[in-house]
Design a protein around this ligand. Sequence first.
Ligand SMILES: *[C@@H]1O[C@H](CO)[C@@H](O)[C@H](O)[C@H]1NC(C)=O
Ligand SMILES: *[C@@H]1O[C@H](CO)[C@@H](O)[C@H](O)[C@H]1NC(C)=O
Ligand SMILES: *[C@@H]1O[C@H](CO)[C@@H](O)[C@H](O)[C@H]1NC(C)=O
Ligand SMILES: *[C@@H]1O[C@H](CO)[C@@H](O)[C@H](O)[C@H]1NC(C)=O
Ligand SMILES: *[C@@H]1O[C@H](CO)[C@@H](O)[C@H](O)[C@H]1NC(C)=O
Length: 889
Amino acid sequence: MAVRGVLIVQLMSLTLTIHLLAVPGELFKPFNVSYDHRALIIDGKRRMLISAGVHYPRATPEMWPDIIEKSKEGGADVIQSYVFWNGHEPTKGQYNFDGRYDLVKFIRLVGSSGLYLHLRIGPYVCAEWNFGGFPLWLRDVPGIEFRTDNAPFKEEMQRFVKKIVDLLRDKKLFCWQGGPVIMLQVENEYGNIESSYGKRGQEYIKWVANMALGLGAEVPWVMCQQKDAPSTIINSCNGYYCDGFKANSPSKPIFWTENWDGWFSSWGERLPHRPVEDLAFSVARFFQREGSFQNYYMYFGGTNFGRTAGGPFYITSYDYDSPIDEYGLIREPKWGHLKDLHTALKLCEPALVSADSPQYIKLGPKQEAHVYHMKSQTDDLKLSELETLRNCSAFLANIDERKAVAVKFNGQTYNLPPWSVSILPDCQNVVFNTAKVAAQTSIKILELSAPLSANVSLKLHPADQNELSIIANSWMTVKEPIGIWSDQNFTVKGILEHLNVTKDRSDYLWYLTRIHVSNDDIKFWKERNISPTVMIDSVRDVFRVFVNGKIAGSAIGQWVKFVQPVQFLEGYNDLLLLSQAMGLQNSGAFIEKDGAGIRGRIKLTGFKNGDIDLSESLWTYQVGLKGEFLNFYSLEENEKADWTKLSVDAIPSTFTWYKAYFSSPDGTDPVAINLGSMGKGQAWVNGHHIGRYWSAVSPKDGCAKCDYRGAYNSGKCVTNCGRPTQSWYHIPRSWLKESSNLLVLFEETGGNPLEIVVKLYSTGVICGQVSESHYPPLRKLSNDYISDGETLSNRANPEMFLHCDDGHVISSLEFASYGTPQGSCNKFSRGRCHATNSLSVVSQACLGKNSCTVEVSNSAFGGDPCHSIVKTLAVEARCSSTSSIHFSV
Ligand SMILES: *[C@@H]1O[C@H](CO)[C@@H](O)[C@H](O)[C@H]1NC(C)=O
Ligand SMILES: *[C@@H]1O[C@H](CO)[C@@H](O)[C@H](O)[C@H]1NC(C)=O
Ligand SMILES: *[C@@H]1O[C@H](CO)[C@@H](O)[C@H](O)[C@H]1NC(C)=O
Ligand SMILES: *[C@@H]1O[C@H](CO)[C@@H](O)[C@H](O)[C@H]1NC(C)=O
Ligand SMILES: *[C@@H]1O[C@H](CO)[C@@H](O)[C@H](O)[C@H]1NC(C)=O
């Protein structure tokens, strides 16, 4: 038994073993990476790899270690990230590798936790990131055309890709130098747009491949969604399902660079969720059908801080319904169910890597098996004892969306739930089925934090006696001027393209012109009872018109016609336009030509002497807001603004800055601020830009119940109907001080700052539901399973595993029943069969603990409460912080 234990530790902890042998200064003992038709070959061995997508600038460096650790604990072998060019080179030739852009630090953290890194350099990355990752100055390079056979573009692209590869080499981050980087990516989903570029697109891709290979990285490169990738580059799949995917050459392995485990959202949209049963199904199907590298996009989505959100119109949260949520907390049952899946897949790894291809067995009209036989060893190496036990692994799939089916395999009968895969690491015993979730469900709560205002004056919010807000007299306010505010303004003839003027230094661009209106015009309008109208061929993203300082109308959209009747006075009138970009285009062909603001002609109609074309008039331009450029939000400079005390009568107010101070909530739980009472704008805490906010409400309908069965799409399982798409915004802990945290908001449309609340975010309620028919836990397998004397066919009973967030314990049990409990989380009830000691057994095991396991068996509950019925244990518990966060008014 002891020998077996040693064997399994060596097999399962390959990375750990390598880790221990590394010389000081290296993260790993140096190793080479190559590939064959089946898999990546790491240090001479084929590997089946689970990768976790984590974008470093979407979290803070202080969050990175925990996110990496939770990825590893969830079963990831690899962390995958894009590289964000516009973050690293905001001004041409001036590089930024600090703070959230400290790429080297991020990679070292990945390596020091024993994980590998797949770096997708791009440098076009899409990523729902501003301008797809391109720096704005790239548009201004003379003669440039992006992502095609264009010399200026190729020169800039090569310079940046080389910069990153050289950085990795200089810092010894490649695997052959003892670092974690095992694979790179160049370009990104170019195949989706290649046809728009014709022959030049094809030439470009050949050049991209040669350029990348020429940089001496000495690790494999991938191109995703690139059917015509050259022979030197692995083409990989992105999507919700990639199990039918084949690489464009039989000598390349089958890789899945983006398994979309959720989706992003736009202002005014619902929130997408992907059920974990379907996600696990897609992953199991992929490995079943010869896949060997699978990355979750995203494993941690995070936050589009500042103005990094792409679009237009992508929200500040990039939570993505990931296994690790926006705040860095584990999302259940997603994280736990995938962890169980990964453990099952790892048990199959010896057979999966040994077989060159699986044996296919049709089990029914929509049922099939793929069996991986371990090759009989012709060389001197004999199969180890462990491998002999598991020299064959099988996947049984039922792709029927409706029916559960019993299939015969290897002389036994297996029941397959609809739309599911069963995993049999020894071709006999099922250890996991993708549709049977044993992991707990966690419900997150937002709790009142410590006092919000350093100027400790609080009031109860009348609508909710549990909520506190910062009281009026601690809020300060100052108006943003409407229109031209600085001598940086300039006047030219004609309409300039928005981005050409702003260079994306701000979302906002003002355009001012003067209109002369005669008495005849006024009479003309009166007689006919008509209004003059501003007509613009095309505008985006948010567009407003002001006449003589007063708002006259607005439009929201992506290149929409603007038609707005206005009222003029006799004499000179100020016609002022405000164009606002809400995240620059990040996908599609020719994004450098897309621009923002106004396209086409702009005219005034309805005048006595005919239409007035303003397209060639004199216009005065002003980039940005006064408050933005004078740093009204910064700790050092906010005092320079003429803040006055906010009076309740002045609410709501448009184009207004607000500031208040608040104390940091105690403890280590993540902090969130609710801006749902505000209209639209941007927010800063202690000078850090926490993002754009907008209380745009999603449609009321479409949030029907979700069924995991059948092909997923982003519209299938949505929540949050009829509510603002985003109300809560993450304030990273590391941006907070103990007290006097400066909160500054710029508000465009109105809204009530007095209702803003800051809260602590944590898992509040956890529920488990595990039946006797669930498979025994696999989480023990990787370490002591064999040495415990168990085999796959002789395993212990199923268990319920419950856990709260770090620093929290199970503080109360709301429900516990072993028997035939009914309902689901938050609404369990007892069934006819109930073990009377259910609550005491679970209490004893769990109360006061951060995590606990309860065996789901008759013996654990002192005997069988009802014979010949399959029993289930259902538990609902509450988690509370161990540090007291109680707050009394
Ligand atoms: C990696 O491959 C190179 C080139 O084939 C070889 O020189 C080197 O020794 C290998 N490194 C390791 C750690 O195997
Ligand atoms: C595979 O496993 C079976 C059952 O465990 C065993 O009988 C057989 O000898 C094994 N085959 C090889 C090649 O080790
Ligand atoms: C709270 O704020 C008010 C108004 O800004 C100020 O007069 C008062 O001194 C402050 N109180 C404390 C305790 O700082
Ligand atoms: C606009 O710029 C001009 C020239 O720099 C300056 O004289 C004028 O005061 C500016 N207007 C405003 C409102 O600041
Ligand atoms: C932006 O400015 C450049 C010159 O800097 C000019 O060539 C280009 O046409 C402008 N783009 C638009 C859309 O006006």
